[in-house]
Design a protein around this ligand. Structure first.
Ligand code: NAP
Length: 484
């Protein structure tokens, strides 16, 4: 199947932090792929900016090297790469100084979309916003893209929002959560709101519980000291997992329109119950598999920061009251797998004698790897032997169902950047959403900080701490197996 590419308007996109890790691994490879797909107008430009004193030629070389490293070999077309690199420029700029800003102002064009990607530490957001205005580079139509982490608590998120708001309106601010750019996450909305099948069952009357899992096999490695200041709750739950929960739990918006969608997500966050201490489990991975444990990497032998978290939360509204949402995420687990599983309730009465092997329907939305959607249904076991039942998946893995190569399913970053150019904020977090998410997360983090309990150790390659299993067992439920 050939994917439809809708061209965007001509743009000048400035990547502050253009020499950084995120720009090299995600932003430039993503932009190249959009160029390759023919989505980027030929006269659009990408301007890297950072303090490093590079010539545009030297910068182009680093971008070429990033494409060589991070774009799959069969997508590397030397002629297209050479043309793409001609669209790239570079200006040395210090966010905290005034040098370089006039040079940037001189090369920006009028009459094209101006977008500024802040791929730098959040401490620099205010400096960038202020200087973009002071030097007349940004105007009322310009857009800025800001990266996570958006604050580390409500207070810091409010401060960041205030600093951005002093120079840009909310309509100009694109807060990235790359989970929202994933094909399957958007498909979750299509499945819910473009089919009559699921929505009538999408409520506590029919849904027993929801599980959201984001499991990683990697540890914190070289980022231990940095990660130790954050932990799984801040790094994953408050943002990515919260967004997934919102998309499952939200009411149908009146239209697929940025504010209509975000209004509904905000209502979900506000309806989240506080999490009781007994409904939360924290863990730290132990040494094993030839690697040090979390504590060795954290460079703080007394650290209580969690590399794993599992929690149970309720959504107090008419639709969801009584249906628990179980969330878990961790590092050094047995497989890299992210999924949402919606487990429906049992049929009210079974007409079959064979109750053995009987299971509830589960709708599994798989984010990675192998993006796709699976509906687990009961059928008759084939062959003679009476009416024996078994569960099978109705499989809609995108690669198979749509006849697309996994590589053709564009990466979240490139899709989101194109949305910025289009001016579509639907898949970006609004300021009040981020603040509401922190207002929910802060008391959970504060309550943990006030206690002296240590996170429970878990073996690398396992499913996480024992207590996390108990969190489900005591409710008569089980986590799904973590597998690729
Ligand atoms: P990084 O590798 O440390 O890069 C930081 C970039 O900022 C470099 O290009 C650096 O270049 C530039 N920079 C630093 N100080 C500057 C200043 N005063 N003025 C202008 N430029 C300056 O960081 P990163 O991993 O790319 O992360 C960038 C942002 O994305 C951060 O907010 C991070 O939290 C977020 N993020 C990253 C990832 C990821 O996978 N890497 C994932 C999610 C979110 P110079 O030193 O030459 O100035």
């Amino acid at each position: 199947m050939v994917s439809r590419v809708i061209p965007v308007d001509t743009f000048d996109l400035v990547i502050f932090g253009g020499t950084g890790d995120l720009a090299r691994r995600k932003i430039f490879p993503g932009l190249y792929r959009r160029y390759l797909a023919g989505q980027m107008p030929p006269d659009s430009r990408i301007i890297g900016a950072a303090r490093a004193d590079l010539t545009p030629e030297a910068f182009r070389e680093t971008v070429g090297a990033a494409i060589a490293e991070f774009v799959p070999k069969d997508r590397q077309d030397p002629a297209v790469i050479a043309k793409f690199l001609t669209r790239i420029d570079y200006v040395p700029i210090d966010a905290k100084g005034d040098g370089g800003w006039t040079a940037l102002a001189d090369i920006m064009r009028d009459g094209v979309v101006r977008a500024f990607y802040f791929s730098v530490a959040p401490a620099l957001f205010g400096d960038l916003a202020e200087r973009l205005h002071k030097h007349g580079i940004a105007d009322g139509k310009s857009r800025i893209v800001v990266e996570k982490p958006f604050g580390r608590d409500l207070e810091s998120a409010q401060a960041l929002n205030a600093v951005l708001a002093s120079h840009f309106s909310e309509k100009q601010i694109y807060r990235i959560d790359h989970y929202l750019g994933k094909e399957t996450v958007q498909n979750l909305m299509a499945v819910r709101f473009a089919n009559i099948l699921f929505e009538p069952l999408w409520k506590s009357e029919f849904v027993d519980h929801v599980q959201i899992t984001v499991a990683e096999t990697v540890g914190v490695n070289g980022r231990g000291a940095y990660y130790d200041k954050s932990g799984a709750m801040r790094d994953m739950v408050q943002n990515h997992m919260m967004q997934l929960l919102c998309l499952i739990a939200m009411e149908p918006p009146y239209h697929f329109d940025p504010d209509a969608v975000r209004d509904e997500k905000l209502k979900v966050i506000r309806a989240l119950d506080p999490v009781k201490p007994e409904d939360i489990v924290r863990g730290q991975y132990l040494p094993g598999g030839g690697e040090g444990g979390y504590l060795e990497h954290a460079e703080n032998p007394a650290s209580r920061t969690e590399s794993y978290i599992a929690l149970k939360v309720g959504v107090s509204n008419w639709r969801w009251s009584g249906t628990p949402f179980y969330l878990r995420t961790g590092k050094r687990l047995r497989a890299r797998a992210s999924e949402i599983a919606i487990t429906f309730k049992a049929v009210p009465h079974s007409i079959f004698d064979d109750a053995k092997g009987w299971l509830e329907n589960v709708l599994v939305i798989r984010l990675q790897p192998n993006e796709g959607i699976n509906l687990m249904v009961m059928i008759k076991e084939p062959g003679p032997g009476g009416m024996r039942l078994m569960q099978v998946p109705l499989d809609m893995s995108f690669a198979d169902a749509l006849g697309v190569d996994a590589e053709d399913v564009s990466d979240a970053y490139e899709r989101l950047i194109m949305d910025v150019i289009r001016g579509n904020q639907t898949l970006f977090m609004r300021g009040d959403e981020v603040e509401a998410a922190w207002a929910w997360a802060d008391p959970i983090i504060d309550a943990w900080d006030a206690r002296s309990t240590r996170p429970q150790g878990y073996d690398p390659g396992s499913s996480g701490p024992e207590d996390a299993l108990m969190l489900m067992h005591r409710d008569g439920r089980r986590w799904r197996e973590i597998k690729e």
